[in-house]
Structures are given as C-alpha cells and as structure tokens.
Design a protein. Sequence first.
Length: 168
Amino acid sequence: MQNETVPELDGPAFRNVVGHFTSGVTIVTAEHDDTLFGATVSAVSSLSADPPMMLVCLHQRLGAHAAIMGAGRFTVNILGEGQDALALTFATRGADKFAGVDVAHTPYGPRLEMALAHLACRVVDHVEGGTHRIFIAEVDHASAIRDAGPLSYFRGRFGRFVPHDEAS
C-alpha cells in the first residue's frame, strides 16, 4: 500500500458536505435565573426509547448552553412547515427572541406553543465535543400538538417534507 497524502479538511468544506444531510429544525429553550434562553438547533436526535432519551448538541458560546448547564433541564420544540421565520429569529444572536412568541412557562423552560411537538428533557450527562457540548437527556414529557409537516433544513435552506406517495 502506497502512502497517500490526504488533504486536510477545513471548516467550510466540512460544513458544505454536512449540509447535504437533511435535518429537522428545533428550537431548544431553557430558563435559568429567571431569564429565558433559546437557540435554533438542527443537531438533535432521539437516543433511546427505553428510557426515552435525546441528544442535543449546542455551541458552548450560546446563552442557551450556559442556561442548560445551570438549569439541568430544557425543552426541545420541533418546528413545523412555515415556521422558518421563527427558526431564523432564534438563530440570530442578540435578538429579543421571545418578543411576540406565545410561550407556556414550564419547569423545563419555555414551551413554544406554536411548535409542532415538544419534548421536556432532564440532563443526565454531557460531554464536550470540539466547539459544542453534547447533552444527553431523559425525556420526562412529550407531546405532539399539531397535525402538520415538519420544517426541514438542507444545504442552508428551509423546506418541507413531501412523502414519496404524495410527490408528483
């Protein structure tokens, strides 16, 4: 076997390739010291059904990260079709993210009432991964309140899911 030189992968090239993976869109919210925090997050995944568990990956510089570290709880709000403006608001640093947003205050942080579904999570472990922290959480409550399609994210753009049997 010959020694082969492999080019080093830089951040922009990595983001370009990973952008080809379609994901759902969530807003992860938490409350700490009577302050609400929220961030748009696509790095969210179910981990286990027994017990119900989730993985959530957040950049360590975000206020939501610090709030979850302090509170030990958070809510995953799964967004539906047409909620891309909400996703953009919560992706903007320094914005008054909760202005005009209907929320229910829970022990797990604010629940965005217009979201497609919600998962109330309690952190059981976390691990640092580069610039991010991976939160491993048990889901104490979950609900799906809207009958609509999910908001999807692909190559830096929002879209909607179309099942094969409905595609033309």
